[in-house]
Design a protein around this ligand. Structure first.
Ligand code: SF4
Length: 56
């Protein structure tokens, strides 16, 4: 499902992935919602944002 890119930051999220389509200057994410994976992760390094989309 396509996630909407808002014209303002999602204040609940800080993100440093500046190559993402949803990234906004200041380490903000403009996605209306995100999905984080994976099941059974034991460390933060084993998790990631599944909503990431490479900026064109
Ligand atoms: S979609 Fe995920 S990777 Fe992309 S800016 Fe938002 S939190 Fe970061």
């Amino acid at each position: 499902m396509e996630i909407a890119k808002m014209n303002h930051p999602n204040d609940a999220i800080k993100c440093e992935v500046n190559t993402c389509y949803y990234y906004m200057k200041g380490d903000h994410c403009a996605a209306s919602k995100i999905e984080v994976q994976h099941k059974n992760a034991h460390t933060s390094a084993e998790t990631d944002c599944a909503t990431f989309k490479l900026q064109a």
